[in-house]
Structure formats: structure tokens, C-alpha cells
Design a protein around this ligand. Structure first.
Ligand code: PBG
Length: 329
């Protein structure tokens, strides 16, 4: 057929009209990314002056408290309002004693950040896996992670974070009843203003691989299938969220993000509560690796990923890209 510019179809609807210019596209854009929805993870280690890149996570560092303060201040200056802290303690033991140690890296970092970075929102991850010698998320008897004893340890860890000044504690362990126990412990000690962000629907995921190097938390035997969720389940995710909300969670989280966007969308739709998504280490490292090979345009794919997570229903996104994305915005 000859090319002809005089052909005119009589169409009532021409959706392309609203894609003609950036001004029009922007006018009809349904989802917008803003830096105020980003939460930036930091890995805090003992010592001073330490800033050591994590091999499997280019651009992410192990930071001593002083360096964590610098990094958080820079993130805040970029427009990122919040950090979430993970800690690598000096010593690990069977019951993860360092998890509730007031002088461990996380608690020290919370105090320093609240003192030195104005208006920074400080969130702490609450779990045992970085603190136990076996790398499990709880207290182990035989080959079982014992739920109720673990919950008591988690509540003490969360309390130590609140005492240090954490605004929000974020239990990531997936034990039953931990939100209620943490709420009760915090309230009894006068921390009724400390909020709980629960990792409510946390899947047993291969995408946590690089994090386990970052947090030195690879289980020495077995895996996390007895507490983290089966990737095939979504009804169960809704039950988990319902339980955590009933126990007093202020914010619920779905994790990882991209492979579970359907879960995120359903959680937001069903409950209409403040909802977080965690764009996890493996999701980040995959993009980094592909970008290093020149296979993708990293800034573009980063933004597309983050807007996809927001469009699916996330009010806030935990992402290692927080600073990069905030700077681009
Ligand atoms: C601790 C915890 C994990 C992550 C956050 N908190 C790892 C795990 O459950 O094995 C993963 C975060 C990431 O991969 O970026 N339980």
C-alpha cells in the first residue's frame, strides 16, 4: 500500500491525543513519584570511620555510626525523609543477645541520628537473624524456631530501639503474635507514640540473597520456609495483614515488591491502610548488574520500577535507590 497522509479514519476516541506533549502527559499522569515516600536502608557496623562497599550491592555500604550519620544527612539533603536501620553486631550468640543491647550499632546509630540529623525519621528493623550465631530469625530448639520465646526477645529488641529514640519499629521476623507483644511492651514502658511498621506479608524469597551478605545473616542450616510466606499465596497474605492490623500495626508491608505487586494492590484495596513495599536487595542488584553490562538504562528502569510499585498501591517504598531517585526528582 502506498503511504498516504491524507487517509483519515473517523475515530471518536483517539487516546494518543493525550500523549502528544510532555505538558499533556504530565497533566493526565495518574501516579507521581516524590522523594517523600522513600525510606533508605542503612547497614550499621561497629567501629569508627568505616565505609565499606557491599560486594553484591554496588553503591550500598557498611557504615559505622559516624558514617551512617553522614549518609543519612546527605539523604535528608537529597529529600529522603526516612532511614531504616539494620545492624551487624560485634558478637553473635545462640539467642541473639546483642539485638537488645543499648550499645549495639543500631541503638547507637538511632541516638546519633536523632541528635544530629534534624527531622530525620528513624525506623529500625527488628529481627534476630543478624544477631544469632545460626543466622535464624529466632530462638532455635532442635531444628525448630520457637515462636513464643522468640516473640519475647523481639519485644525487648524493639523496646531498646524505642528507648534509643526510634520513631518506628519494623518487625521483619514473621513470628506469630509479635506485633501485639511489641505494642504491649512499648505501651507499658510509655512509648505509645512509637509506631509499628510490620513486615506483614513477607515472602520466602530468593531475592534476599545480596542482603544476607550485607547483614551477614545467612542461616547456617535449613531455611526460612517455616515462617516466611510461600510465594504462591495471596489469600494468606491478606490474613497476615488482617492479623497484624488487629494486633496494632500502624503500617503494613509487602515484601519483596516487584514479584508481589498483585499482593500489594490487594492489600491496599482491601484494607486501605498505610502500606509499604520493600524493593529488596536482589531486585536492586539485578538492575545494577544489568546496568553495569550496558543492557539497561539504569535511571530510567529505576524510575519505572519505583513508579510501578507506587501505582500498585504503595504509599511508601523502602529502596536502596532512595538517594539516586530523590536526586533525579
Ligand atoms: C531480616 C530481613 C531480611 C530482609 C529485611 N529484613 C532478610 C531475610 O529475611 O532473610 C531483606 C531485605 C533485602 O533483601 O533487601 N529478617
Amino acid at each position: 500500500m502506498p503511504v498516504s497522509s491524507t487517509t483519515r479514519l473517523s475515530l471518536t476516541r483517539r487516546p494518543r491525543r493525550l500523549r502528544r506533549t510532555e505538558a499533556i502527559r504530565s497533566l493526565v499522569r495518574e501516579t507521581r513519584l516524590t522523594p517523600d515516600c522513600f525510606i533508605y536502608p542503612l547497614f550499621v557496623v561497629p567501629g569508627r570511620g568505616i565505609r565499606r562497599e557491599i560486594g553484591s550491592m554496588p553503591g550500598v555500604f557498611h557504615l559505622s555510626v559516624d558514617e551512617a550519620v553522614k549518609e543519612a544527612a546527605a539523604a535528608k539533603a537529597d529529600g529522603v525523609p526516612a532511614v531504616i536501620l539494620f545492624g551487624l553486631p560485634d558478637t553473635k550468640d545462640l539467642v541473639g543477645s546483642a539485638a537488645a543491647d543499648p550499645d549495639a550499632p543500631v541503638q547507637s546509630a538511632v541516638r546519633a541520628l536523632k541528635r544530629e540529623v534534624r527531622d530525620l525519621l528513624v525506623i529500625t528493623d527488628v529481627c534476630m537473624c543478624e544477631y544469632t550465631s545460626h543466622g535464624h530469625c529466632g530462638i532455635v530448639e532442635g531444628d525448630e524456631i520457637v515462636n513464643d520465646v522468640t516473640v519475647e526477645h523481639l519485644a525487648q529488641a524493639a523496646l531498646s530501639h524505642a528507648v534509643a529514640g526510634a520513631d518506628i519499629v519494623a518487625p521483619s521476623d514473621m513470628m506469630d503474635g509479635r506485633v501485639a507483644a511489641i505494642r504491649k511492651t512499648l505501651d507499658e514502658r510509655g512509648f505509645d507514640q512509637a509506631a509499628i511498621m510490620s513486615y506483614a506479608a513477607k515472602y520466602c524469597s530468593g531475592f534476599y540473597g545480596p542482603f544476607r551478605e550485607a547483614a551477614d545473616s545467612t542461616p547456617q542450616f535449613g531455611d526460612r520456609r517455616s515462617h516466611q510466606m510461600d510465594p504462591g499465596n495471596v489469600e494468606e497474605a491478606l490474613r497476615e495483614v488482617e492479623i497484624d492490623l488487629a494486633e496494632g500495626a500502624d503500617i503494613v508491608m509487602v515484601k519483596p515488591a516487584l514479584p508481589y505487586l498483585d499482593v500489594l494492590a490487594k492489600v491496599k484495596e482491601r484494607f486501605g491502610q498505610p502500606t509499604a513495599a520493600y524493593h529488596v536487595s536482589g531486585e536492586y542488584s539485578m538492575l545494577k548488574a544489568a546496568a553495569e553490562r550496558g543492557w539497561i538504562d539504569e535511571p530510567r528502569v529505576m524510575m519505572e520500577t519505583l513508579i510501578g510499585i507506587k501505582r500498585a498501591g504503595a504509599d511508601m517504598i523502602i529502596t536502596y535507590y532512595a538517594r539516586d531517585a530523590a536526586r533525579l526528582l
